[in-house]
Design a protein around this ligand. Structure first.
Ligand SMILES: [Zn+2]
Length: 84
């Protein structure tokens, strides 16, 4: 189970992360092999679909995911908590 959501719904919050200098990688579940896959290129949504190149055991998958449901991973500077 994942908390994936439609990409259109997430794009505004992803753009906000990018504006704040963070790096965002889209993730999806590959329908062919069921593994969780992560995009190679950060900070972009590729409308051509996402290729699951390699499975966790190193064997090739090659399934092109053209679905709508994604999650994402955020890396980079977080806003420090401030006391006022
Ligand atoms: Zn796969």
């Amino acid at each position: 189970m994942t908390d994936d959501r439609p990409i259109a719904e997430m794009l505004p919050e992803i753009e906000r992360h990018v504006e704040l200098g963070r790096t965002v990688y889209l993730k999806w579940t590959c329908p062919a092999c069921g593994e969780r896959a992560i995009a190679n290129d950060p900070n972009r949504y590729c409308t051509q679909g996402y290729l699951h190149e390699e499975k966790k055991d190193g064997s090739p998958c090659g399934f092109l995911y053209r679905g709508d449901l994604f999650g994402y991973l955020v890396l980079g500077p977080m806003i420090p908590f401030s006391f006022q």
